[in-house]
Ligand binder design. Structure first.
Ligand code: NDP
Length: 295
């Protein structure tokens, strides 16, 4: 007999939210072009080849074209010296026709990613990796937000009448691009935020934190890390993780079992992913506007 899957959770799909954001970007890009005679241009910088980055690069180019933004890929040699890399960034900083810079990760091992991020002009830093842009998040004044963290916030905004004030939020994963900035964005909305990481797992206390979460956001990259029976009844679950298991893309959460207990859950793929690149494009338009005002 076929197993019947009980799934009370509603799907939090990124596509529909991304579509609305993209419609706005397209309209705004057209208006800006009509007003200034030119529009936003973003440049991705890639050192060497990396199979994992190729998908993201193609996605950036496709989205930029669709939305009427100019896009270019600047390829650097995998063996480029660090000071040459910095010079390449600096020439993009000085180029008035370029409004957004993306440094494609991972970088070759001999290049210090933290150091490189300090050389991107903050106004052109459309992934918000420069310490100045990270600092703006602490102040609650950031106009350009880290894309994946902002994507999670957009998904939460799409939940009807969700009030973040005082909510118990648990984030699993403390990376600089997802967990840490997201914790601050949620804190700025007065959520009660707990961040779990490798040490939480090693101490064996991850299940007890997850079980308390009214909103659970996981960004680790380990399939099946979060068991379905840990999910609090009625919780909102956002799964950022991307893992390839037996040729299929899955998240970090045991989806079917989690969906039996959650009120909302993101599918993987199709949850956070489609929104991340939409936010990148939105950041490019925002960066353009800020630079036009300054010049
Ligand atoms: P990182 O590897 O930078 O961070 C992973 C985090 O998980 C680290 O904080 C790490 O802690 C923590 N961690 C590792 N193992 C455990 C464990 N057993 N229990 C608890 N925490 C653990 O990854 P990213 O933040 O860049 O990405 C996370 C996932 O999200 C990946 O699967 C990635 O592919 C996906 N992703 C998806 C995006 C999208 O658009 N959908 C965009 C960006 C990422 P520590 O460092 O201390 O070991």
């Amino acid at each position: 007999m076929k197993e019947v899957v009980i799934m009370p959770a509603k799907l939090l799909e990124g596509k529909s939210v991304a579509l609305k954001i993209k419609e706005n970007i397209k309209a705004e890009a057209e208006t800006l072009k009509a007003k200034h005679g030119f529009g936003p241009k973003l440049v991705s910088v890639q050192a060497g080849d990396n199979a994992a980055s190729e998908v993201y690069l193609k996605c950036q180019e496709k989205n930029a074209k669709e939305l009427g933004l100019e896009y270019a890929l600047k390829k650097l040699d995998a063996n480029i010296k660090q000071d040459e890399f910095i010079k390449a960034i600096d020439s993009l900083n000085k180029d008035k026709t370029v409004h957004g810079i993306i440094v494609q990760m991972p970088l070759p091992q001999h290049i210090d990613a933290h150091l490189i991020s300090r050389y991107i002009a903050p106004l052109k830093d459309i992934e918000a990796v420069h310490p100045e842009n990270m600092g703006e998040i602490v102040f609650g004044t950031a106009k350009i937000l880290p894309c994946t963290a902002a994507a999670c916030m957009e998904l939460l905004n799409s939940v009807p009448s969700l009030e973040l004030y005082g909510k118990e939020v648990v984030i699993v994963g403390h990376s600089e691009i997802v967990g840490k900035p997201l914790a601050l964005l949620l804190l700025n909305k007065f959520a009660t935020v707990t961040i779990c990481h490798i040490a939480t797992s090693q101490r064996g206390t991850l299940p007890e934190f997850v079980k308390k979460a009214e909103i659970l956001i996981i960004a680790v990259g380990k399939a099946g890390l979060i068991r379905g029976d840990w999910i609090k009844s009625g919780a909102i679950v956002i799964d950022v993780g991307i893992n390839r298991v037996e040729g299929k893309i899955v998240g970090d959460v045991e989806f079917d079992k989690a969906a039996e207990k959650a009120s909302y859950i993101t599918p993987v793929p199709g949850g956070v992913g489609p929104l991340t690149v939409a936010i990148l494009m939105r950041n490019a338009v925002e960066a353009f506007k800020q630079q036009i005002v300054k010049n």
